[in-house]
Design a protein around this ligand. Sequence first.
Ligand SMILES: *Cc1c(COP(=O)(O)O)cnc(C)c1O
Length: 369
Amino acid sequence: MLLFTPGPTPTPEIIRVAMSVPTIHHRTPEFEEIFKIVREKLIKIMNMPEVLMLASSGTGAMEAAVTNLCKSHALTINAGKFGERFGKICKAFDIPYTELKYPWDTPASVSDITDVIKANPSVDTLCIQICESAGGVRHDIERIAKEVKAINKDITVIADGITAIGVEPIDTANIDALITGSQKAFMLPPGLAMIGLSQRAAAKIENSSKGYYFNLASELKNQRKNTTAYTAATTLIIGLKAMLELIEKDGLEKFYKDTKKRALAANAALGAINLKIYPKSPSLAMNTIYHERAKEIRSIAKKRYGVNIAGGQDELKDKLFRINNMGLIAPHEIAWALNVVELALDELKIRSYDGAANRIFTQEFFKGQ
Ligand SMILES: *Cc1c(COP(=O)(O)O)cnc(C)c1O
């Protein structure tokens, strides 16, 4: 089965091999050395001055960022399932919040956000996705964060970059907490979350932190010394070291360039077989298609051809399909996934097969090489 869901993504064999070592104890100089290397590499790839690794899925890092950084009132952006989650976290911890809601294909408007902030001086935190994976929308985080800071530089900007880190370089100048998880662009098994912190956010956490397991002040204190407050996810961190080395081998720039080329070529191929790209501002992390028969297309792709592509969520569960574009993906693999979608359209008598998806993808991807 080819796994083409936007999380979890398939773990390359070389990474699985790197993780197949006997378990080492986390309180040892050997592991601390690995931790230090990974920490430095994460600081570089996340483009944040501080970084924390947590043994949890991505949502744990969302919760930790909100509970440790929001002191009075959060503004949450809900353009899908993951943005909605920020509101649910606030609710669970009795943190007052205001939610701005958007259709799942629509990026947040900068002026909506600045209007709420101007009208509510108690708002001290903005919680937003970079890519909202529910509909594949890319919010203009760079502009939003900049305008928010121009109103009040003390507002903490929490950016869920779970499907953005390792996809494209992010301008982090105005971001205070940048979240990611192991099972998306880093192609690892699930279970490791990471938070990049600005100096301002780190200072805020040191002054007043909350919680027990997700107490980021105790993590900061420990992780600056290359250890963790509780047992580290040692095997995943060993895998992350191997993955970051693999990405760095040909340079980060090439990694991002290939991801972008693949995303654009795949969208062109899907357009060539008359499919509608769902988001108004598509993220490079995935190719998201709206189709009344999305469920049947996915089912054929999986059952007949062994390609697992994701559906939608909630009301769009059976109307969307999402093809992953995060990580190291060979062009022939994505070309095959697109070809399979075209074959499914033929089988459903929606469009006769002529090989356009594979052809357009290949032409676009290799254009100019
Ligand atoms: C996958 C994802 C999450 C949630 O991560 P879990 O690891 O399932 O907790 C959060 N935000 C976005 C944008 C995601 O894509």
